[in-house]
Design a protein. Sequence first.
Length: 106
Amino acid sequence: MGNRLSLQTLLQDLIGVRSDGKPNVYFQPPESVKMNYPCIVYARDRIDNAFANNSVYKQAVRYSVTVIDSDPDSEIVEKVSKLPTIYYDRGFKADNLNHDAFKLYY
């Protein structure tokens, strides 16, 4: 599919930008980063290799993508769930925020 920066752009297009022009899309944010909600947090989760002749000829990179929103019926979840090669993993609530976790091959 694409590289991580093209995934960043794709997710930014889904969520839109804040009034200050910054998107609420975070790649592996450290704990020191103050996130603004609603947001999308994603991280590389897995790399699947296909081998032939003792070498890798194909890789599939999987990302964990989490939509965090105070709204349990967030429209962002619906948008993310319609991406190709994505599947819903689980949902949970933490710190009064709804988390919807997905797995995406990109």
